[in-house]
Design a protein around this ligand. Sequence first.
Ligand SMILES: Nc1nc2c(c(=O)[nH]1)N[C@H]1C(S)=C(S)[C@@H](COP(=O)(O)O)O[C@H]1N2
Ligand SMILES: [Mo]
Length: 390
Amino acid sequence: MPQQRKFVTQSPENSETPLADVHGWVTPTRLFFVRNHFDVPAIEQKSWRLAVGGRVARPLELNWDDLDAMPQRTLLATLECAGNGRSFLAKKAAGVPWGAGAVAHAEWSGVTLGSVLDLAGIQSDAVEIVCMGADRGTEPDHPEPMHFARGLPLAKARHRDTLVALRMNGEPLTPSHGFPARLLVPGWYGVASVKWLTRLEASPVPFEGYFQTVKYTVQRAGVSGPETVGIQGMAVKSEIVRPFAGEALGLGKQRVFGLAWAGEEAVAKVELSTDGGSTWREAELLGPSAPYSWIMWEYLWDVRTPGFSRLVSRAISTSGRVQPAEHDSLLGGYLIHFSRPIPVRVEPRAAADAASGDVDVLRYDMNAFAESNARLPLDVDLEYSLGAGI
Ligand SMILES: Nc1nc2c(c(=O)[nH]1)N[C@H]1C(S)=C(S)[C@@H](COP(=O)(O)O)O[C@H]1N2
Ligand SMILES: [Mo]
């Protein structure tokens, strides 16, 4: 069967990256998860404009060629939906019932949002840039039609890695991923990366739109009880991709393969437990460890005893943030990043020893990717060192 996105809902499309088919560090665009609140808007590249207004010295309108003519910046970043993994919660939460695959890693290029804001001249009383998408529709608790819109604090908006992205994996954005231009806010949950961008508005007050204050918020313990805060940076998280839950394994060397990411930080370490979290071993990191990017990892498990095992992985970021064992109930249906045990059954039969990784496959994918993007300067080194010396 050809690899394809796994649909969770059809209309609008909400579909997952088929993680079990992930062989390379960079996710092909056709497999990159899609999270749409409304139908994909029909946009003509020729007539499309990005308006910049609000608290600015020079309100302006840019077309696609204007943006494409500006200096381009390219970077790799993992996007994860804040609701990824929701279906694994013990206590049901409202929202799209995502499995593990509302996450993927791509190369993004475009202009820095800061350079667009500089053209317009942001006034000193602005605190946020309200970013609006062309898509619109209703929600059950919001019967009035509204556009998808989000407020981005000025410091993150001005960061050199925050882009008005025109391309994904070296190609113009596809309609599903925000053609002709989208925001790319690396290290933050996907909701910040507004697709089908049509308007940027410098605002002197924090934005209070539906997708800012009703959805995509979590509770946090405050001095006088829980307080509601908006979702920003991505948490530290790992996933076991292979074996899958319930898989039957034989005796011998078995390869446990997974992914890990840590938002604005790089992943420093991934640990694996084969006994439900009692004892931990360090996994091997495969490939570059960089801020914003997920990393692949593997652990060669020497299986000697038949029976049931619970595999658990945990990631640790460069600043020492550790993936938690349990879901924090204050987070509700968002930021689901606890270590989810993967139960496997070991049968009393010998299995072929696994080799250390499909590293040749990874190297092949990466080289093909680098070649197809050779005209773009990459900000990270694509050399594989098999985890040694990184
Ligand atoms: N205009 C618009 N932008 C949007 C959304 C949307 O529904 N409309 N969904 C957001 C959410 S919640 C996520 S997780 C990411 C998903 O990006 P992708 O579909 O390219 O994977 O887009 C974000 N940007
Ligand atoms: Mo999302």
